[in-house]
Design a protein around this ligand. Structure first.
Ligand code: UD1
Ligand code: UDP
Length: 356
C-alpha cells in the first residue's frame, strides 16, 4: 500500500514522528513537507531530534494570506499526487497544510485519513477551526484522540467513519520524555543569538495564536502578567510575533521574561516537565502540561481540549493581567487514574486502521 503523508507545521512533525515509525513497517510512505514552517528551529530540528525520515518532497510554500498559502499548496500537492498515485493520503491536525492536502486528495478521489479529527471550538473566526471542519467532512477515516472529539463527530453525522484511537501527542510525550535532557542540559538562545541558562524555578509560556499576538495590546497584557510573577517566565517565541514581543518587553522594561528563539521538541517537553506552571495558547502545550501533571492557564476564548479542563488543571483566561493571575493562583486537583488521552499506543491503532 502506498501512502502519501503531508505535513508542514511544527505540531504535525511531532505526530508524524510516532505514526510514521509504525506506518513504515507495513506500507510505502511518501513524505511531503509543504514548507509552511521553514526555519531550522521550526522544522529541521524536529526531523533531526525525532528521527523523522527526510521528506521526499519539500514544496517550499509558506507565508501569504490563508487563501494564498492554501491555494498554492493545493496546486503543488495535486502535482505530487498525480505523480505518486497513492492509495491514501494521511493528514494531521488543523493547519493550512492539512486542509490543502485534504482538498487536493478528495478532488482526485483519493481517500483521506485524518489524525486528530473531531476537535471543535464552535467558532469559525478561528482559522484552524475552518481547517478542521472541512478536513473532517472530506475524509473517509477520522482518528479522534478523545471521547469529546468522537461526540463532536457524532453530532456532525460522521461517527460511521470515526475511530477513537488516543492521542499521538501522548505517545510522543511518553516515548521522548525518556530521552529528553535535564534542564541543566538545555541551551536557550535569546533573540539576539546569545546563550542563556534555565533558572531553577520558572514558568513556561508559549503564545503565538493570531488572536493573541497580532496586536500589541493583548500581547502586552499577557506579558505584563508574566512580569509580575514570583519567578521568571521562559518564553520561546514563534517567529510570527518575535519582534513584537521583543519590542513590548523593551518598551516596558520587562526583566522577568526570558525571550528565546523556538526550542526543539526534546527541550520543550523537558521545560514543561520542570516548570512551576504553564501559560499557553497552544493545543499541544495544553496537553503536554496535562501529561506532565503541571497546571496550565490557556489564554484563549474557547476550550479545545475539554478533557484537560478538570480540577483546575487547565483553565481559560482572557488576555488580561488580572484574569491570568487569578487563574494561576488557583490550586489544581490531580487524579492519577484519569487518563483520557489513551495508553501511549495510538500510533499502532492508527496504522492498523489505515492498512485495513
Ligand atoms: C500555524 C497553524 C497553527 C499552529 C502554528 C504553530 C495554520 C492556520 N495555523 O500557525 O495551527 O499552531 O502553525 O505550529 O496553519 N514564520 C517564520 N518561520 C517559520 C514559520 C513561520 O518566520 O518557520 C512566520 C512567517 O512570517 C509566517 C508567520 O510566521 O507568515 C505565520 O506562520 P504560519 O505558518 O502562517 O502560521 P502559524 O502562526 O505558524
Ligand atoms: N514546541 C517546541 N518548541 C517551542 C515551542 C513549542 O518544540 O519553542 C512544541 C510543544 O512542546 C508542542 C508543540 O510544539 O509539542 C506545539 O506546537 P504549536 O504550539 O506550534 O502548535 P499547536 O499545538 O498549537 O497546534
Amino acid at each position: 500500500m502506498k501512502i502519501v503523508t503531508v505535513v508542514g507545521a511544527r505540531p504535525q512533525f511531532i505526530k508524524a514522528a510516532v505514526v510514521s515509525r509504525q506506518l513504515r513497517k507495513h506500507t510505502n510512505e511518501i513524505l511531503v513537507h509543504t514548507g509552511q514552517h521553514y526555519d531550522y528551529n521550526m522544522s529541521d530540528i524536529f526531523f533531526e531530534q525525532l528521527n523523522i525520515p527526510h521528506p521526499d518532497y519539500n514544496l517550499g510554500i509558506s507565508r501569504g494570506t490563508h487563501g494564498q498559502m492554501t491555494g498554492r499548496m493545493i496546486e503543488a500537492i495535486e502535482d505530487v499526487l498525480l505523480n505518486e498515485k497513492p492509495d491514501k493520503v494521511l493528514v494531521y491536525g488543523d493547519t493550512n497544510s492539512t486542509l490543502a492536502a485534504a482538498l487536493a486528495a478528495v478532488k482526485l478521489h483519493i481517500p483521506v485519513n485524518h489524525v486528530e479529527a473531531g476537535n471543535r471550538l464552535n467558532n469559525l473566526d478561528n482559522p484552524e477551526e475552518v481547517n478542521r471542519i472541512c478536513t473532517d467532512h472530506v475524509s473517509n477515516k477520522l482518528f479522534a484522540c478523545t471521547k469529546s472529539a468522537m461526540d463532536f463527530l457524532d453530532r456532525e453525522g460522521l461517527s460511521d467513519k470515526a475511530f477513537l484511537v488516543g492521542d499521538p501527542m501522548y505517545d510522543a510525550f511518553s516515548f521522548y520524555s525518556k530521552i529528553a535532557p535535564g534542564i541543566e542540559g538545555i541551551g536557550l538562545v535569546d533573540l539576539e543569538g546569545k546563550k542563556t541558562s534555565v533558572p531553577v524555578c520558572y514558568y513556561y509560556m508559549t503564545c503565538h495564536r493570531q488572536e493573541n499576538t497580532d496586536t500589541d495590546e493583548k500581547l502586552d497584557s499577557i506579558l505584563s502578567a508574566m512580569e509580575s510573577l514570583d519567578a521568571p517566565t521562559i518564553y520561546p517565541v514563534h517567529p510570527r510575533n518575535g519582534q513584537r514581543a521583543k519590542y513590548i518587553c523593551e518598551k516596558n522594561n520587562y526583566h522577568n521574561i526570558i525571550l528565546t528563539k523556538p526550542v526543539g521538541y526534546l527541550e520543550s517537553i523537558a521545560l514543561v516537565s520542570h516548570a512551576k506552571k504553564i501559560i499557553t495558547d497552544s493545543g499541544g502545550l495544553q496537553r503536554e502540561a496535562f501529561f506532565a501533571g503541571k497546571q496550565c492557564v490557556t489564554v484563549f476564548d474557547n476550550v479545545i481540549w475539554p478533557e484537560t479542563m478538570v480540577g483546575n488543571r487547565n483553565q481559560l483566561a482572557k488576555p488580561d493581567k488580572e484574569d491570568i493571575i487569578e487563574k494561576l493562583i488557583k490550586k489544581q486537583i490531580l487524579d492519577s487514574d484519569y487518563l483520557p488521552f489513551g495508553d501511549g499506543h495510538s500510533a499502532e491503532r492508527i496504522c492498523s486502521e489505515i492498512i485495513k
